[in-house]
Ligand binder design. Sequence first.
Ligand code: NDP
Ligand code: MG
Length: 415
Amino acid sequence: MQEPIQEHIQEPIQEPIQEPIQELQWITVLGATGSIGVNTLDVISRHRDCYRVFALTANTQFDKLFEQCCEYQPVYAVMSDESAADKLRQRLAEINHTTQVLTGERAQCDVAEADRVDVVMAAIVGAAGLEATLAAVRAGKKVLLANKESLVMAGQLFMDAVTEHGAVLLPIDSEHNAIYQCMPGDYRSGLSQVGVRRILLTASGGPFREAALSELAAVTPDQACAHPNWRMGKKISVDSATMMNKGLELIEACWLFDTTPDHVDIVIHPQSVVHSMVEYIDGSVLAQMGNPDMRTPIAHALAWPDRIQSGVSSLDIIATARLDFEAPDYERFPCLSLAVQAARQGGMAMVSLNAANEVAVAAFLEEAIRFNQIAQVVEVALEQAENNEPRDIDEVKRADFEARQRALIAISRLT
Ligand code: NDP
Ligand code: MG
């Protein structure tokens, strides 16, 4: 008699208990209270015999940082906001906690470059993360880069510092982490040297991929932050909705993999299961796949070149059933066109793009401008961008400041 065909049942896979695979590593988490910070601490909590927290940093959320101090016992906690730092200090003193509270940008850099630190998770959002991320790079740390804005602003200077100081740079952005995993080990000798034809950078298309164009003017911050596949901080969620995020990621990919926008194709893939692909000259296309959960790239980068458990469930490929791919719609997403333009234009244009976008997104979140005005503000700031390359970080900061001023003027004209 024929055996009944067994239905596909996904049994939970019993993971074997993993032995510590490396020596104890000390880690600083910049932006610990954010979405990436919290996911990083979740992965670390699964491997307490491998990782110790040296420092945690945040801006204003002292309650959350207090809880994290109790849980992870860091040597230092840094709060950028001074009154928040005072409140954290007070709460820790009440329970005789030994974590020392510091404040200010210099303190963020100190905990990123301290001798005892092996690994730095760079997960502050926006230009505010540049100095501390660079401090970690200049101290030759293993740097897990989530803060894509620092690379967009200061790409050449940043990558030069990585080489000069022997830092190990591992991408956390899921797409770039996927590309990294699909690259051959010696890709730094040049993509054409190792037979790579192009990078396929996937994008979910965000919450408004299919919305009527006429509806975009009335989009609220809550609607823009409701990403279909990922739970993230507000700024990157809005960037995903305008697709500026993919533009920033295109620039990020060019710096990380030493290539040009002509060799990076953006592909809309609504399921966010294929996290990006690399095509080789023989026609092979390698993809990295998995559930959309940032703990996978975080665990990959933390343990690299080893592998550790991340807490991410097994991909149910049968339930996923189909993978769709389509071309991006540049009319719907003008921010994407502006980012491509800035990428071709050069360093200062990329600084302006990033700065104006940060200002415009903050204005949208405060409901001072409409969703479709974000691109208008960025466009105005970009029109006046210089066409040269910044020679040092001071020039980057000056261009960043000036672009913010241009963006604020553009916003005042719109409101
Ligand atoms: P969140 O907004 O969730 O968290 C940002 C973190 O940075 C918080 O710890 C926040 O502190 C801190 N911070 C904010 N402003 C400052 C400041 N001025 N000085 C010092 N610290 C500050 O962001 P995400 O975690 O979503 O994103 C972090 C970075 O990672 C971004 O660059 C983003 O593009 C990138 N990224 C995020 C992904 C995600 O899934 N979330 C995916 C890929 C990349 P506080 O809580 O006190 O405000
Ligand atoms: Mg991404």
